[in-house]
Structures are given as structure tokens and as C-alpha cells.
Write a protein that binds this ligand. Structure first.
Ligand SMILES: [Zn+2]
Ligand SMILES: [Zn+2]
Length: 143
């Protein structure tokens, strides 16, 4: 990491500064989703949150994930094949590196995407809203 973390703050810190009521349960969910390169499925969030707060329920975890997604604090990342991953790096627009062996997902801000354009004749009337790029390969440990 090259100081990229300093460009944005992690989820728990953002929530502390917002007016969102941080109950113990919500805190446990936010805690496991704070840090760099975090992309967890709902079930992964549940099992990690249980380590922090054993009495936390599945319904609470799912409701909290939905609420945080609706608030724009989490982004849903779907890399096929596979379930939705919750990404707390919702502040900085980024793309993903995915290891095709272990499935690890890492954030990346590639160069050159700003110059990507749809040819004018493509898909008449199509209104482009977002471009998602996935770089697939093997992570350091797997290569
Ligand atoms: Zn790997
Ligand atoms: Zn990400």
C-alpha cells in the first residue's frame, strides 16, 4: 500500500462521524467491514461479526448490510460466478483485481479508463452510467 488508505476513511470511522445510530450490533458489522481491500459476502460478515459479538443475529446482519448499502456506505460487488460481496470502499470509485485461484478481490484504480468511450454509433439511445472493470489473474500467493 502506498498511502492510498489516507485518501479515504474506513467505514467505522465514517459512521462515527455521521449521525447514524451506532448500536453494538451495527458497530460489530461496521467493524468487520473496516479496512483496506475488504470484500465480504453476507455470510462472511455474519461469521466475523459473531466473533466480535456472539449474540448478533443473521437478520440484524442482513438488515444492517441493506441499510448501509442504501445509505451509500457499502457497494455491492458481484463477480461472476459467485455471491454478492459488500465493499466498504464506497467513497473512492475503483475497480477490482480478482484472483481466479483463491477468489481474493483487491481494489485497483487503473490508468486510462477516463479515455474509454463508446463509439457514437453503438447502441442508439444507450445512456452510459458506469463502467466496471475486472482484472482477472493470480494473486502473489497463488502465482
Ligand atoms: Zn490467490
Ligand atoms: Zn472494492
Amino acid at each position: 500500500m502506498n498511502g492510498r488508505e489516507e485518501e479515504y476513511s474506513y467505514l467505522l470511522e465514517r459512521l462515527r462521524r455521521s449521525n447514524w445510530r451506532l448500536t453494538a450490533q451495527r458497530r460489530a458489522v461496521a467493524e468487520v467491514l473496516s479496512g483496506p481491500d475488504i470484500h465480504l459476502t453476507a455470510e462472511e460478515v455474519l461469521s466475523r461479526a459473531k466473533e466480535v459479538l456472539p449474540e448478533i443475529s443473521r437478520a440484524t446482519v442482513y438488515n444492517t448490510l441493506k441499510e448501509l448499502t442504501d445509505r451509500g456506505e457499502l457497494e455491492e460487488v458481484q463477480i461472476f460466478p459467485g455471491p454478492v460481496h459488500y465493499d466498504p470502499n464506497a467513497v473512492v470509485r475503483h475497480h477490482h483485481l480478482v484472483c481466479s485461484r483463491c477468489g481474493k478481490i483487491m481494489d485497483i484504480q487503473p490508468y486510462g479508463l477516463d479515455s474509454l468511450e463508446l463509439p457514437p454509433e453503438a447502441r442508439d439511445g444507450f445512456r452510459l452510467e458506469q463502467i466496471d472493470v475486472i482484472f482477472r489473474g493470480m494473486c502473489e500467493e497463488c502465482a
